[in-house]
Design a protein around this ligand. Structure first.
Ligand SMILES: NC(=O)c1ccc[n+]([C@@H]2O[C@H](COP(=O)([O-])OP(=O)(O)OC[C@H]3O[C@@H](n4cnc5c(N)ncnc54)[C@H](O)[C@@H]3O)[C@@H](O)[C@H]2O)c1
Length: 279
């Protein structure tokens, strides 16, 4: 991966930051693009101190023209973009009955429109280069039924779908496309992240984390190492940790049995969250 340039949205935290650190240590020049510019700067500085090449840029992926501008600046400076990690994401937790329209739109704007903005800005550049790899971060919530994450699941299913379409179109231009589907990874998004929200009473974070612990969240650096190996193999749909692959297989084998299973599991989580419902 040496001499390559990676543009990573959501590079200030969690999965994006872990990718940046690991790619930086392998000689890839990384651009950390995030709303949290202070955090992105800190990570870029640490990568440079370790001998890597890293730049932090302020980017709100909801803003298409800002996205295009920072991408153009990157190409003007670094000459190319070899990897686009369309990774920035947020979640809104809670049952659909308690949703407002912003609970849908805020998630669509970051997780889906943000990905589209990344593709519009970078894909033509990669086509001109005749090479590149776009990694769109979806989720196992883009493959399986999940409770209390409707707007999130909608965007992640959409990201899987658009990635498959882009993959077959992009091949003739020499551009690779993968949908990255993490399971539960220990990052701030488990409680919806800096810009997301739980539509639950104050104090629910602790309960939500307690529920996540049952799914044994993976350490983010271990996750990034495993995911990068799959990216290097140009896998179309990358699922890490791998036990989630069995659940995806089960979903395709029998969607109705899978719905029954996830419904049962959801019933358990719903009961645990009942004391935290907003009136
Ligand atoms: N952690 C998990 O268990 C998990 C599971 C499945 C999918 N994912 C996905 O992985 C991706 C990364 O999430 P994470 O787990 O590292 O969470 P995180 O909260 O640690 O990181 C998300 C990053 O996105 C940035 N961001 C949010 N809105 C933005 C915007 N409008 N413009 C630019 N940056 C913005 C945040 O500042 C943050 O740095 C997300 O797309 C998430 O949905 C995570």
């Amino acid at each position: 991966m040496a001499d390559k340039v990676a543009f990573i949205t959501g590079g200030a935290s969690g999965i994006g930051a872990a990718f940046a650190r690991q790619l930086g240590s392998r000689g890839v020049e990384v651009v950390l693009a995030d709303r949290q510019i202070g955090l992105a700067e800190e990570i870029a500085t640490a990568i440079r101190q370790g001998g890597g090449q890293a730049t932090a840029v302020e980017l709100d992926v909801r803003d298409a023209s800002q996205f295009e501008r920072v991408v153009d600046d990157t190409v003007a400076r670094a000459g190319r973009i070899d990897y686009l990690f369309n990774n920035a994401g947020i979640g809104v937790g809670g049952a659909i009955l308690g949703y407002t329209l912003p609970d849908w739109y805020d998630v669509f704007d970051v997780n889906l429109r943000g990905v589209a903005h990344g593709i519009q800005s970078v894909y033509p550049i990669m086509c001109r280069q005749g090479s590149g790899h776009i990694i769109n971060t979806a989720s196992v919530a883009g493959l399986l039924p999940t409770g209390e994450a409707a707007s999130y699941a909608a965007t992640k299913h959409a990201v899987v779908g658009l990635s498959k379409t882009l993959r077959i179109e992009a091949k003739e231009h020499g551009v690779k496309v993968s949908a990255l589907c993490p399971g539960a990874i220990r990052t701030p998004i488990l409680t919806t992240g800096k810009y997301g929200r739980l539509n639950l009473k104050e104090g629910a974070e602790t309960k939500v984390m307690e529920l996540w612990e049952k799914l044994r969240p993976m350490n983010v650096d271990v996750f990034a190492g495993k995911a990068l190996r799959e990216i290097e193999r140009n896998k179309p749909i990358i699922i890490v940790p791998s036990f989630w692959k069995a659940l995806w297989w089960f979903e395709r084998f029998s969607p109705s049995l899978s719905l029954w299973f996830w419904g049962k599991l959801y019933g358990h989580f719903r009961d645990e969250l009942e004391p935290y419902r907003l009136p």
